[in-house]
Design a protein around this ligand. Structure first.
Ligand SMILES: [Zn+2]
Length: 117
């Protein structure tokens, strides 16, 4: 049995759910609800409530920009933005943020929220 400490939060952006998954090489975790691809969010990821579409769009926008959710208390870096409206400026102002560990992937970009823009 894998130790619980190796479980890492993976999110389904479609269902707005988070699942603890043991990461394995050459293995793509799929969502138990919809069968879609799960995305490895990082050890410190805290899933917003499923009905909180703004917060989910925020974490999805950060994910698509290459950010992952690890503890950064020991690192001298600005905290991740609290609101979706702050994400664009945050990404622009922090191109070398220590939590930006992956290449940006625009295919994960959230669709514009209804009523915004
Ligand atoms: Zn799903």
């Amino acid at each position: 049995m894998p130790s619980p400490q190796y479980l890492i939060a993976h999110a389904c952006f479609d269902c707005r759910k988070s699942f603890k998954v043991t990461p394995r090489p050459d293995f793509t975790a799929t969502c138990p609800s919809c069968g879609g691809q799960l995305h490895e969010m990082g050890r410190s990821f805290k899933a917003p409530p499923a009905k909180d579409t703004e917060q989910w769009a925020k974490v999805q926008a950060l994910y698509s920009a290459g950010f992952r959710f690890f503890s950064y208390r020991s690192v001298d870096a600005p905290p991740l933005p609290a609101k979706l409206s702050e994400v664009e400026a945050f990404i622009h102002n922090n191109p070398a943020h220590p939590l930006r560990v992956a290449a940006p992937n625009n295919s994960f970009k959230p669709k514009p929220l209804r009523g915004s823009a």
